[in-house]
Design a protein around this ligand. Structure first.
Ligand code: BTN
Length: 331
């Protein structure tokens, strides 16, 4: 019942009398009081004023399952959402749940991870109370060879989500994409994405897309400050993790719809390239068969990076095979 009371207070945005809550849900005054106390324990600030009733104050700081499920306004992306105070890795949990029948769109979120994993077997620093760690479960019907493009769809959605959450402060902290799927602000990484899939030759069992986004300072290791940053440092104000995650899910759902229409990045390519920080820059392609340099020209319909070589030929670079580095640093 506390969820329903919370939803009512949120919707009203003003005082709701104890009497009205009792009548609406057919419960006693004591039951209402108990539910309010429980909500306060979950972190909600609720004002109680004699003769006026209860009023919900700003919930931006609240980060839990209730808050997330009420803020996520999508049809399917991020529904249901499962929240863990602490977990090994949201990707591992997502794979487990996907194996056990979790629905397409299920979102696994944690406040902290004890065994957060990055790409290439690296560790992902995951302290509590600071950042976003989440994994989205997808059960698409297209062929497995298309799945790698989903990482780029998520990268763009994270960028869009950050833009929406930042609103006007976006001008000092504009998110960009470092191909294929790192999000950077002012040249430093704020988000990494780890996509994993279970599939047979012509059938995807599931895809899980895990994102780690550095939001605030708590637990940020100074030794990575040259290459990485957190959103609050760049925009200079507090960011609501629940709002940011809801904005990302909304952006992902929109872009996924467009992706499905062509099973390619045709519809997203232009927007993605506009956010791509590598575009027009010199890059060094770390191909295991030999490094080479060229100018990045954006992605094609299937997500490969087009690199213009000194003789003007365009080389398609596949994300799985090579990394791309800016010649002067990380971007
Ligand atoms: C990278 O190396 O850039 C990818 C980092 C991905 C980290 C996220 S945090 C949530 C999810 N759970 C994990 O264990 N990893 C991903």
């Amino acid at each position: 019942m506390k969820t329903e009371i919370l939803a009512l207070l949120r919707e009203r945005g003003d005082y709701v009398s104890g009497q009205e809550i009792c009548e609406r849900f057919g419960v006693s005054r004591t039951a209402v009081w108990k539910a309010i106390e429980l909500l306060k324990k979950e972190g909600y600030s609720i004002e109680a004023v004699r003769n006026r009733g209860y009023r919900l104050l700003n919930t931006d700081d609240v980060y839990n399952e209730n808050e997330l499920s009420q803020r996520i306004r999508t049809k399917w992306a991020g529904r249901p959402v499962r929240f863990f105070e602490s977990i090994g890795s949201t990707n591992i949990q997502a794979k487990l749940e996907a194996e056990n029948g979790a629905a397409h769109g299920t979102l696994i979120v944690a406040d902290m991870q004890t065994a957060g994993r990055g790409r290439r077997g690296r560790e992902w620093n995951s302290p509590s109370g600071a950042n976003l760690y989440f994994t989205l479960i997808l059960k698409p019907e297209f062929l497995p060879d298309k799945a790698s493009m989903l990482t780029l769809v998520m990268a763009y959605a994270v960028g869009r989500g950050i833009e929406r959450t930042l609103g006007q402060t976006v001008s000092v902290a504009t998110p960009g994409i470092k191909w294929p799927n790192d999000i950077v602000i002012n040249g430093k990484k704020v988000c990494g994405i780890l996509t994993e899939m279970s599939a047979e030759r012509d059938y995807i069992q599931y895809v899980v897309i895990g994102c780690g986004i550095n939001v605030s300072k708590q637990g940020f290791p100074p030794e990575i400050a040259e290459k990485a940053t957190f959103i609050e440092a760049e925009c200079g104000r507090k960011i609501s993790r629940s709002l940011l995650l809801a904005d990302i899910m909304e952006a992902f759902e929109e872009e996924y719809g467009e992706f499905l229409a062509t099973e390619s990045l045709k519809g997203l390519k232009e927007k993605y390239n506009a956010m791509l920080v590598n575009c027009g820059r010199e890059v060094c392609v770390l191909d295991p068969q030999g490094e080479y340099r060229g100018t990045a020209r954006g992605i094609n319909d299937t997500g490969e990076l087009l690199v213009e070589l000194p003789d003007k030929r365009l080389q398609e670079v596949y994300a799985g095979e090579v990394s791309v580095r800016g010649i002067y640093g990380y971007v």
